[in-house]
Design a protein around this ligand. Sequence first.
Ligand code: SAJ
Length: 419
Amino acid sequence: AEIAVIGLGYIGLPTAIMFANSGFNVTGYEIRREVVEKLNSGNAHIVEPEINELLLKALKNGKLRATSNPEDIKNKDIYIICVQTPLKEDKTPNLEYLESAVKTVAKSMKKGSLVIIESTVPPLTTVRMAELIESLTGFKAGKDFYMVHAPERVMPGRIFKELVYNSRILGGITKESADLAEILYRAFVKGQIFKTDSTTSEMVKLMENTFRDVNIALANEFAFLAHQYKINIFEAIELANTHPRVKIHIPGIGVGGHCLPKDPYLLLSSAKEDFGLIKKAREINESMPLMAKDLLFEAFKMINLPPEEAVVTVLGLAYKGNSDDTRNSPAYVFIEVIQDDVKEVRSYDPYVNGTHKTLEEAVKDSDAIVIATDHSQFTGLNWEELGKLMRNKIIVDGRHIIDKPPKGFIFRGIGRGEY
Ligand code: SAJ
């Protein structure tokens, strides 16, 4: 069967590569021409273990080709849509990329095509997109074409493993649609495959990330309380988690990435009413950079340092540890909320370009270090040595990198109320 993958980003490209290396003829459609050129010459535009080797293999075998020309994806048997579904300024879903991809597919497809949406979408979207295709083609959904929502569930950094071993949800607009998609994904999926209707699978995907977001918000609220009761929340969480049915998440400076900050809003967006819990959790998580700011300014006060004279070094810009991904990273939100109040904000990240190339340069003569990402490189640092380079010695730990506060420092940390 011939496959077209629409959108060659973090999900589309690995998916296209997997199908190509499973023997399918895959055409990857991407509107960014520079990405298409790069890919066809064997260079992936995203960082992910194994991606370049697997891409080269697919290209060498003639199984994969990228294109910006819609003519190249005419009359395919299968269309897999992997475009982004971001939020607008007002936090409502921006479905313009999805709609434009669906319109491109409607112009290209034939009778009998299977159309799959892998993008995370608000509940009811797949059914609506099937109606859009019906209106543009005159085809009847479930009879002249098949449609499925097949949400991706992979974690950046582990994509090629998780594509194979994670279990998968396939939500068909008809049972036959889901059955066809199951045959397709079995080409490389070794995990379990569960079939359902498309609105259920849309909910499942959004519930997974909302579950994580709400749980992190709860941990963050516990951390907030720990400062008032003067205890170390990490000790308390460890003890609570010895209960067989309790698994508290990790509090921190914020929740970033492409999914967790937006999916709870997508989940609510098709509903007329809700209870408010999910929105409140988002508010809590979005406010965490401000909590880090309060801790920093509390430390300034202790040494009578006027904030407008302070030089602050942020360690870590990526949204999570050992990653170069900065999408919605709380580190940038933190920088934004302090930069007008302090003299200078510097940054250092081993995977991302910050203001300084080395850690030593970044901390030299600065007054405070704020840890915003849990890179493994930051765990074993010799803080006392680094402290010698600094003008004042303040550390604000936003990611629980430091367990025992280093000597000679004023130490503040999210959830560390025991000082
Ligand atoms: N974080 C915390 N405390 C925690 C866990 C995470 O503050 O206890 C923060 C992280 O530092 C980071 C953010 O949350 O800033 C998100 O990180 P993450 O590791 O939770 O998730 P992502 O965004 O990398 O990937 C998630 C995954 N979803 C779930 O674990 C339910 C992944 O499986 C999904 O495929 C992905 O979203 C997606 O694409 O939807």
